[in-house]
Design a protein around this ligand. Structure first.
Ligand code: FPP
Ligand code: MG
Length: 342
């Protein structure tokens, strides 16, 4: 990282840290606190991907073993610990959060006709789209079975509502392929559906499993919602500025997705809407694609600011939860995920 960027990151981190670090304030430290639990969740994920019929099991294992940050299970575990302790229920739900995430990625890569995921060929390219969809279905069923087994009706009910939001978010985004909709309202509803909803569920489910009060569950759920929005804003900015491991640059524009960098750019230069229509119709004038990409990259700075603002909102929610190493680590998740942009 360049010196100036590092200084800026430190300044931003200090500015967004109303929760005082308590010695375990870096994501890197999560293993010291949760190593054993993370290993058990990982083993449970491996078992779930193997439980079913080949080749769907092979496609699920292909994605699982391609890497991934495992942020959602971490959120469940830390949410539980911040409210009391990590229970068997929390460990089961941590695996559920990742299974749902993996299922959505298997389906998403078919919808987006993606070549790569996490630096490897997408499961659909290796096993075919039909197998990929069924692998996602299989993980979804495992996730629902496991959630029903923990016997927390609210957690299962909230999972159904989350799945509904995930599907709706993806459908609203898909609608944008045929009809240009470059409004911030539509973008916000897509973000809430396709990303924030699962983070919110992960934190609420973890907090409940750890014995949290209603106030704890609500505060951590709100933290998760803001974290999810910040996370997606960062992803959408990086699509224009580069730096995402295993992801193609400008994939969003290619897939017909109008994300915040382009929405803000078109607000500043309204003739970009027409260029956008032509690029999406596959009939751009010379240099128009490059112009859109450059305008999106210029607007990425403002998207970054919004991601930090969302991260600050997330950290504000944490102040309602009693101070602990787990709370400090949740703060680190919020800071370091946005720090990817610096
Ligand atoms: C990735 O977005 C996609 C999601 C976060 C959600 C996808 C949701 C669905 C396919 C619907 C629900 C599915 C199930 C199984 C309930 P992206 O394409 O912007 O990110 P990417 O660049 O990582 O592909
Ligand atoms: Mg995609």
């Amino acid at each position: 990282m360049e010196a100036i960027a590092a200084v800026r990151l430190l300044e931003e981190t200090a500015r967004v840290a109303p929760v005082a670090p308590t010695g375990l304030a870096r994501l890197h430290d999560a293993h010291a606190l949760l190593g054993e639990d993370i290993a058990r969740v990982e083993a449970s994920l491996l078992a779930a991907t193997a439980d079913g019929c080949s080749p769907a099991t092979d496609a699920a294992a292909h994605l699982l073993t391609s890497g991934g940050k495992r942020v959602r299970p971490l959120c469940v575990l830390l949410g539980a610990l911040a409210c009391g302790r990590i229970t068997d229920e929390a460990r089961a739900l941590a695996a559920v959060a990742e299974m749902i995430h993996l299922a959505t990625l298997l389906h998403d890569d078919v919808i987006d006709d993606a070549d790569e995921r996490r630096g490897r060929p997408a499961a659909g390219r290796v096993f075919g789209n039909a197998v990929s969809v069924l692998a996602g279905d299989s993980l979804l069923v495992h996730a629902l079975e496991r959630t029903s087994r923990v016997e927390r009706p609210e957690t299962l009910r909230e999972l159904f509502a989350t799945l509904r939001r995930l599907v709706d978010g993806e459908v609203i985004q898909l609608r944008g392929r045929t009809r240009l909709d470059a409004t911030e309202e539509t973008y916000a509803s897509i973000l809430d559906g396709k990303t924030a909803s699962l983070f919110r569920w992960a934190l609420r489910a973890g907090a409940r499993a750890g014995g949290g009060s209603t106030a704890d569950i609500d505060a951590l759920g709100a933290f998760g919602g803001h974290l999810g929005v910040a996370f997606q804003l960062v992803d959408d900015a990086l699509d224009y500025t580069g730096g995402q491991l295993g992801k193609d640059l400008h994939a969003d524009l290619r897939e017909g997705k109008v994300t915040l960098p382009l929405i803000l750019a078109a607000q500043r230069e309204p003739d970009l809407y027409e260029a956008l229509e032509r690029v999406r119709a596959g009939a751009p004038r010379p240099g128009e694609h490059e112009r859109l990409v450059a305008a999106g990259a210029r607007a990425a700075g403002e998207v970054r600011e919004r991601a930090w603002a969302e991260s600050r909102r997330a950290l504000d929610e944490l102040t309602a939860v009693v101070d602990s190493p787990a709370r400090a680590l949740l703060g680190a998740v919020a800071r370091e995920l946005v720090g990817r942009l610096s």
